[in-house]
Design a protein around this ligand. Sequence first.
Ligand code: NAD
Length: 477
Amino acid sequence: MIEKRDFYINGKWVAPAAANDCNVIDPSTEEVCAVISLGDQADTDAAVAAAKEAFKTWGFSSKAERLELIESILEIYNRRAEDLAQAMSIEMGAPIDLSRSSQVGAGSWHIKNFIRAFKDFEFEKTLGKHAPNDRLLYEPVGVTALITPWNWPMNQVTLKVVAAAAAGCTMVLKPSEVAPLSSIVWSEIMDEAGTPAGVYNMVNGDGVGVGSQLTSHPDVDMVSFTGSTRAGIAISKAAADTIKRVALELGGKGANILFEDADEKAVKRGVLHMMQNTGQSCNAPSRMLVQSSIYDRVVEEAAEVAGKVQVGPASEEGRHVGPVVNELQWNKIQDLIQKGVDEGARLVAGGTGRPDGLNKGYYVKPTVFADVTNDMTIGREEIFGPVLSIMKFDTEEEAVEIANDTVYGLTNYIQTQDGARANRVARQMRSGMVEMNGTSRAAGSPFGGYKQSGNGREGGILGIEDFLEVKAVSGWS
Ligand code: NAD
């Protein structure tokens, strides 16, 4: 069992100010796999003070210094890939092959994209021919609080930490208390990379403790948060008193629209995408909208694909889905599946209870409902588990209306061979991202949402810009 109670503050591992142990549970076994400590106000204050002091120099560091640091982080990250993969598998249940490929891979992909974007970025520009003597200086926002969830741990940590460092910000990372182990490895990487003392700090804690302390701290200039819309609202309110910049990456209820000319792999692709990471992705295509002429065939195929999805422990190699993250989520998902049945949706695969032979661990049956409508709970709420809702539509207009009829607006998906229709529908989607026919976002393309899915953009150059202020300097040539 891992015991790691220390926090990383001002370039050193330091003991918590007060004893406040917290067990980390392996969702594959329900056993305690680690003990960490949850910080209190004194730990938060120490980390923020270190970041504030370090900003006096890092805030004015050269592009070359920042680049050297980020390149060094990438090299060590790649070397520690297996440690990161193992940590994520234990803490949040990602099957080890998924951890090694997508979970770890997302982090290195983001760091590489940041390096590329950063090299090209000009921190000083003129306003152009109409104001040749006015200059725009892109400067770091200052001390930042970075608060991350448990579902794609390194994806989210790299998106925030590396962008903040590239911008010249200093930071306090508070990873999810549910999945803190990979961030401990990450902090070792930041240490070995030679990050100047105080530029990067990490304090473990929960939302009501360290989370709230950071979001209301007078010396924190910006909060970058990824997590639930519920916490995003609380954070926005807490940050308002000191007018902090707040960047939010929140929940989703993505529509995957299958028109009658969708390609032959679209159904399988949509179901497996939904089940990836055991359905615990903010951009999961959780509502499959299907044109009525192909509806019955699609429902049958989706049920068949879901029925073949293997479920098993995270430590097992091979292609399967793991458990969901914890008991709280397991119970919530069971309730929602039951609500689906009670509210009249047609269960065509899975259902409540554990899959056969998996009596210990937070395992959920890959589940598919047909005949779902947006007024049902499962049509509206983010389930965050391996549960797909299939809905029927007749016309393009109806598909757009159903897709947009949600408080969320993160990612929507379109499957059609008709390019004109794909572009028309994409423009009408009220979401930060639209992906067509199985393509995924290009390197450095921004990730973020409309409406209650948030207001920030992460990844690539727009991800770095989120951490920059713009200063207009006039009368200087
Ligand atoms: P969560 O909101 O419960 O917790 C996220 C983080 O916020 C944790 O570190 C938690 O300790 C902290 N926190 C909670 N309440 C807080 C408060 N009042 N003040 C400060 N910090 C607080 O979310 P979760 O269960 O860890 O993650 C799942 C959610 O994250 C889902 O809704 C998912 O859609 C969302 N998510 C969004 C994106 C995106 O980029 N849009 C990516 C991944 C996950």
